[in-house]
Design a protein around this ligand. Sequence first.
Ligand SMILES: CC(C)(COP(=O)(O)OP(=O)(O)OC[C@H]1O[C@@H](n2cnc3c(N)ncnc32)[C@H](O)[C@@H]1OP(=O)(O)O)[C@@H](O)C(=O)NCCC(=O)NCCS
Length: 170
Amino acid sequence: MTKIVVRPITDADIPGAATALVEVHATDGYPVEGVEKPEAWVRPTGIMGAWVAEREGKIVGHVAVMQPHDEGAVSLWREKSGEAVERIGVLARLFVVREARQYGTGERLMRAAMGYAQESSLRLVLDVMTKDAAAIRLYERLGWQHIGEVTHHFGAGQQIPAVCYVWPAD
Ligand SMILES: CC(C)(COP(=O)(O)OP(=O)(O)OC[C@H]1O[C@@H](n2cnc3c(N)ncnc32)[C@H](O)[C@@H]1OP(=O)(O)O)[C@@H](O)C(=O)NCCC(=O)NCCS
């Protein structure tokens, strides 16, 4: 197994991250919205930090911390905790292509994002579709705390159940 490097994203990584995203959508149906514009999806507005996993020049994984909008896990956590929105970041856009899974790549991407949150004194929240069981196991293994359920609306009136998590929990 060749070494996988996890590092902050650069502009040069965007095409590779977009290709990896298209691959993950084909294998896992993530994201549920589809990947009509994959480069825009990996470079949305409101990114605070983003990291990629790279193996032999190929981007095989990605994760981001994004500015919060008052919806989903952000609203749920604010209702529960009263925490100021400025102190919250949203863990988002985590994916690893199939061929690079089960080697701890997802965990290393998560630890990069969590390290950034710690340095920035940010609380992280996320929502994950209930169907994405591997991701849920990863979050729980890393100490994320379940805070509730929401319904994710997308497309032309479609909806799917999601669960919300926070880290650190205290
Ligand atoms: C969720 C996801 C990112 C995990 O990526 P990953 O690189 O496989 O993650 P890890 O390797 O850290 O952990 C996955 C499993 O491999 C195991 N593992 C890690 N290193 C291992 C090793 N060296 N040998 C054997 N198993 C290992 C972990 O224990 C874990 O096991 P589990 O699933 O039974 O709990 C990936 O499955 C994915 O992209 N899914 C589709 C997209 C998605 O759902 N994203 C979430 C959006 S909210």
